[in-house]
Design a protein around this ligand. Structure first.
Ligand code: GAR
Length: 204
C-alpha cells in the first residue's frame, strides 16, 4: 500500500533526505506530499524543493501562536490526503489541532533512547552524562516534547575516547536507516498502537 506523507522540519533535513532517497530507490512505497518548516532558513526546504516536493514555511512571523500554526498545518496536510506526518528535526511541539486531526499518525525521531535525554540536545546530554549505551528512538508524538508510544529503538555502544562529534555522526547514521525502516513498517500497515499505549509490530 502506498502511503502519503507530510514532513515537518526545522533544520538541515538529513532525515528528510534519507526518506526521499529510500522512496526514490523504491525501498519505501510512499510519497511526500508536503514539507513544512518552522524556519524559513532551514536547509531541508532546499532538499525538498530539489526533489520536487511542495513546501510551506510556518515561521514565527507568519502566525501569532502555535495553535494557529497547527490548525493551518492540519488543514494543508488533510487537503493533500496525508496518511502520516513525520517530524524530522522539527523543534516545536505539536498541539491539539494537529494531534486530533492525525491521532497516532504523527511520528517523531529523537537522537537518544527515550525516555532518557529528551529535548533539543539529546546527543550532547547523553554524552555529557557519560552513558555507555545510547541510541535512536522513533515514536508517535503526543502533546509533550519527545513523548508518546515507542515504535522502534536502536542502541549504540559509546566507544571510549569518542568526541561528541563522533557520537553524533554515528547517531545520524542510525537515524538515516531506522527512520526509513519505520516508514516502511507504516506503509506495510504493520504498526499498531495497543490500548495500553504500547506499540506492536505485526509480523511480515
Ligand atoms: C535529528 O538528529 C533528530 O533526531 C533531532 O534533530 C535532528 C535533525 O536533523 N530531533 C530532536 O532532537 C527532537 N527532539 P536533520 O534536520 O538533519 O534531520
Amino acid at each position: 500500500m502506498s502511503i502519503k506523507l507530510g514532513v515537518l522540519i526545522s533544520g538541515s533535513g538529513t532525515n528528510l533526505q534519507a526518506i526521499i532517497d529510500r522512496i526514490a530507490d523504491g525501498t519505501i512505497d510512499a510519497s511526500i506530499e508536503l514539507v513544512v518548516s518552522s524556519r524559513s532558513d532551514a536547509y531541508g526546504l532546499l532538499r525538498a524543493q530539489a526533489a520536487g516536493i511542495q513546501t510551506l514555511t510556518m515561521d514565527k512571523s507568519f502566525y501569532d501562536e502555535d495553535f494557529t500554526a497547527d490548525r493551518i498545518i492540519a488543514s494543508e496536510m488533510r487537503s493533500r490526503g496525508v496518511d502520516y506526518i513525520l517530524m524530522a528535526g522539527y523543534m516545536r511541539m505539536v498541539h491539539d489541532p494537529l494531534l486530533a486531526a492525525f491521532p497516532n499518525r504523527i511520528v517523531n525521531i529523537h537522537p537518544a533512547l527515550l525516555p532518557s535525554f529528551k529535548g533539543a540536545h539529546g546527543i550532547q546530554d547523553a554524552y555529557n552524562y557519560g552513558v555507555k549505551v545510547t541510541g535512536v528512538t522513533v515514536h508517535f508524538a503526543d502533546n509533550r516534547y519527545d513523548c508518546g508510544p515507542i515504535i522502534a529503538q536502536r542502541a549504540l555502544a559509546v566507544q571510549e575516547g569518542w568526541t561528541v562529534d563522533e557520537l553524533e555522526a554515528e547517531i545520524h547514521k542510525i537515524e538515516h536507516v531506522l527512520y526509513p525502516e519505520v516508514v516502511g513498517l507504516l506503509a506495510a500497515g504493520r504498526v499498531h498502537v495497543c490500548d495500553n499505549g504500547t506499540v506492536e509490530i505485526a509480523p511480515a
